[in-house]
Design a protein around this ligand. Structure first.
Ligand SMILES: [Zn+2]
Length: 396
């Protein structure tokens, strides 16, 4: 087994952060979730369009994945999600907060006067001179409206080699997606990089012109021109299972389902994988064995489940020390000591031998390779991250 590649900054996080003015927050300790003072110097005289542009620019500079703005009475609290962790950044004064919320909703084509119902929209990067597009979500809270701006770059898709995986993980995934049938299931908590991994697989598969690839997503986050991408639409009755049944008539060789969360979808995925299709999906479970257990609960045909399932990946993302300060905290990492993330991945490859044992002895023999705890320990030994961070992600 190869050691993880440590010289690479993980590809997880926001892609395409632009080179803006230096992101300067004065030397306060942001470790944990403490409130901090910062050098954001907006005040009530600033125009909302200018503040929004600067705000998004700062978020990109810091490689934040999301910007959270929450009204708390008259003022608004600003937090960034950095490498998966919420980081307080600033408090915006009352008048400016209101105008900023209005500006965001205006650009996202939402009803600006409406703050008592949730709304969803989108802002194109060109409207802000930003590197990323923004997905906007508003929600009323007891202290006022909450707005989350998610940064994403639709064209920017990382390859399997960019994700910071160790060589053995890349090998096992590559080997599996070359197959013409069978199922790959990814698991891990929200924000553990499952979708990013699937896109990396699709990017690789998309270059093989001879394969017809169809996805059903919720929603489509990145566009890959070579493949056919669709979205579920539960309001119109277009669920994963219903969409899949229709799309199978479009003759796919690879079918990607955003998530398996009910019996109907689970059974359909198994049947599809058994009838000459490669199926890739995700499922909520804390472990490889948990995935097997859930699939066996949702599908009556144990034999079919064990025959179709070829590979299960269970993933977490751990923050790694900032390359500039090695964990001490510096302006580069907004004094968190961390910058970038690295996947911890364990996997269960179900070959003939394993399949037979699972049949005879049950899921108890589903021991993953390269267990998460072991990978975490190794990263600590190599001083890439610390024990506190590893136990944080392993308890998710
Ligand atoms: Zn640093």
């Amino acid at each position: 087994m190869n050691a993880p590649q440590l010289d690479k900054t993980s590809g997880y996080g926001t892609a395409g952060a632009s080179e803006r003015d230096t992101f300067s927050i004065q030397g306060h300790d942001l470790r944990g979730e403490q409130e901090v003072e910062s050098s954001f110097s907006w005040n009530n005289d600033d125009s909302a369009p200018k503040v929004l542009e600067e705000l998004v620019g700062l978020a990109e500079q810091a490689r934040a994945s999301d910007i959270h703005l929450k009204m708390t009475g008259a003022d608004a609290r600003l937090r960034f999600r950095l490498d998966g962790v919420m980081t307080p950044a600033h408090v915006l004064p009352p008048g400016l907060s209101e105008r900023l919320f209005g500006r965001i909703k205006y650009l996202a084509r939402l009803r600006t006067y409406q703050d008592s119902i949730p709304q969803d929209g989108r802002i194109d990067r060109t409207a802000l001179g930003a590197a990323n597009d923004l997905r906007i979500s508003t929600y009323p809270t007891v202290t006022g409206e909450k707005v989350v701006l998610r940064l994403f770059s639709p064209e920017h898709i990382l390859t399997l080699d960019d994700l910071g995986y160790s060589d053995d993980v890349v090998d096992v995934i590559r080997r599996f997606i070359k197959r013409t049938s069978g199922m790959l299931l990814l698991t891990g908590p929200a924000g553990s990089g499952k979708t990013t991994t699937i896109y990396a697989c699709l990017k690789e598969l998309g270059t093989e012109a001879e394969r017809h690839i169809i996805t059903i997503e919720d929603p489509v986050e990145r566009v890959i021109p070579e493949i056919m991408q669709t979205e579920v639409n539960p309001a119109a009755g277009m669920t994963y299972a219903k969409a899949a049944r229709h799309l199978l008539r479009q003759d796919p060789q690879v079918l990607v389902l955003g998530e398996i969360r009910d019996e109907e979808t689970a059974n359909l995925a198994v049947r599809t994988a058994l009838t000459g299709h490669l199926v890739i999906s995700t499922l909520h479970a804390g472990s490889c064995r948990g995935v097997l257990e859930r699939m066996l609960v949702m599908c009556e045909d144990t034999h079919a489940v064990l025959t179709s399932l070829g590979l299960i990946l269970n993933q977490r993302l751990a923050r790694v020390f900032c390359g500039h300060c090695r964990g001490d905290g510096c302006p580069e990492c907004i004094n968190t000591g961390f910058k970038g993330r690295k996947p911890l991945t364990e996997w269960l490859f179900i070959d003939e031998q394993k399949r037979e044992r699972l049949h005879k002895e049950g899921v108890e023999v589903a021991h993953p390779q390269s267990p998460l705890e072991q990978v975490g320990e190794r990263l600590c030994d190599q001083e890439v991250t610390n024990k506190h961070e590893i136990s944080r992600v392993l308890s998710q």
